[in-house]
Design a protein around this ligand. Structure first.
Ligand code: TXA
Ligand code: MG
Length: 348
């Protein structure tokens, strides 16, 4: 839906211009939509206490109304304002915030139903990004914000992605440089019993949460596995992060096996690209195969920051993207969760 022309504000996160951030905060108070950077991915924000404002978010990104949003806050006390939290739990949460983590808690009445899709829980996150923090602080309200992409598409990690997906669908876009992590926050449910439950893996790995909370439940769905290996129908509820060009994911295995499986797939197509591990790049390049590096086995953070960027870069430029996977360890769980959900076909 076209609203009106989007106002673009370029803000340097290391040298924030007060007038610009105040203009954006004013827009939030006026129930307008503002795209802003966070340390994970760009977010599409609006006044989280206004049903009218939050509705605009769902419409701009074409998001189903049954998928709840995260409330973004700037101080730890805000968790108490919008949710029921014990002090002992808050003390533990404090060890992870601000940062790339979201907590699902029992909601208080003040949070509109549209934010939580009618659930009795609310997801709250305190981002660690200077622009996000100031925007929330100056607007004086919690900011409801999903990732700033068209629903179902890869999240936006660069301002170009945001412009591509949301220009003229939102009131403001803050261009604030590259994000730090490139994948969305770790979502932890603290309402399901004695132990926290990992709802979405992210930059904070489960081990780190277990160290603080004593334990954590990691359900199978957190790995992003679906029932079948071959996902035929696009647009099913578990499909996310998907470019229009099909993605074939090769699950991690030893180098020789992995390369063999890539070769088998590659030879089936006339215009494929391999998004490979840095460690395999020379092998493919020497054979004049179309390839680009998506990450390495050495540094999963590098993989995370490039993941959505690469899926968007080659979207509609090739016939198929063949992606080499990594191990489900540390933040590798989060990366593989996104890739499995994005994939049209998974090869083990
Ligand atoms: O890093 C992030 O979390 C980014 C930045 C912008 O903060 N936001 C983000 O929002 O990824 P979104 O809407 O794309 O993903 C939020 C996830 C969804 O999977 C949603 O279903 C889940 O959090 N969620 C939100 N509220 C929930 C609730 N009350 N119970 C369970 N899951 C919830
Ligand atoms: Mg999203």
């Amino acid at each position: 839906m076209k609203t009106s022309e989007t106002i673009i504000l370029e803000i340097d996160p290391f040298n924030i211009e007060e007038e610009k951030i105040k203009e954006a905060a004013k827009a939030i108070r006026e129930n307008k939509t503002v795209v802003f950077p966070t340390e994970t991915v760009y977010g599409l924000g609006a006044n989280g206490l206004s049903e009218e404002a939050v509705k605009k978010i769902f419409i701009a990104k074409g998001r189903p109304f049954d998928n709840p949003l995260i409330l973004h806050v700037t101080n730890i006390k805000a968790f108490l304002e919008y949710a029921y939290v014990s002090y002992s739990l808050l003390e533990k949460m404090e060890k992870l915030v601000p940062g790339p983590v979201t907590f699902v808690l029992k909601k208080k009445k003040i949070v509109p139903d549209i934010v939580t899709a009618g659930k009795d829980t609310v997801a709250i996150r305190m981002p660690a990004h200077p622009i996000a923090s100031k925007l929330i602080l100056y607007s004086g309200v919690p900011i409801a914000a999903p990732s700033a992409n068209i629903s179902g598409k890869p999240s936006a990690t660069l301002s170009d992605h945001v412009i591509h997906d949301l220009k003229n669908k939102v009131d403001y876009i803050i261009i604030g440089g590259k994000v730090e992590f490139g994948i969305e926050s770790t979502v932890i449910d603290l309402t399901a019993g004695n132990k926290p439950v990992l709802l979405r893996p992210g930059p904070i790995p489960p081990q780190k949460i277990a160290e603080i909370f004593g334990d954590i439940v990691v359900p199978d769905f957190a790995y992003g596995y679906v029932e079948a290996d071959y996902i035929k129908a696009p647009g099913m509820k578990y499909r996310h992060y998907s470019p229009d060009t099909p993605v074939i994911l090769i699950e991690y295995q030893d180098k020789e096996q992995m390369i063999n499986k890539v070769l088998t797939e590659y030879n089936k197509y006339s215009n494929p690209i391999i998004l490979c591990l840095r460690e395999h790049y020379n092998f493919f390049k020497e054979r004049n195969m179309n390839c680009d590096i998506i990450g390495s086995e050495e540094n999963y953070y590098e993989f995370a920051i490039k993941l959505f960027e690469m899926l968007r870069k080659y979207d509609e430029k090739v016939e198929v993207m063949i992606v080499e996977g990594i191990e489900d360890k540390g933040i590798g769980i989060a990366i593989m969760n996104r890739l499995r959900k994005a994939a049209h076909k998974i090869i083990k």
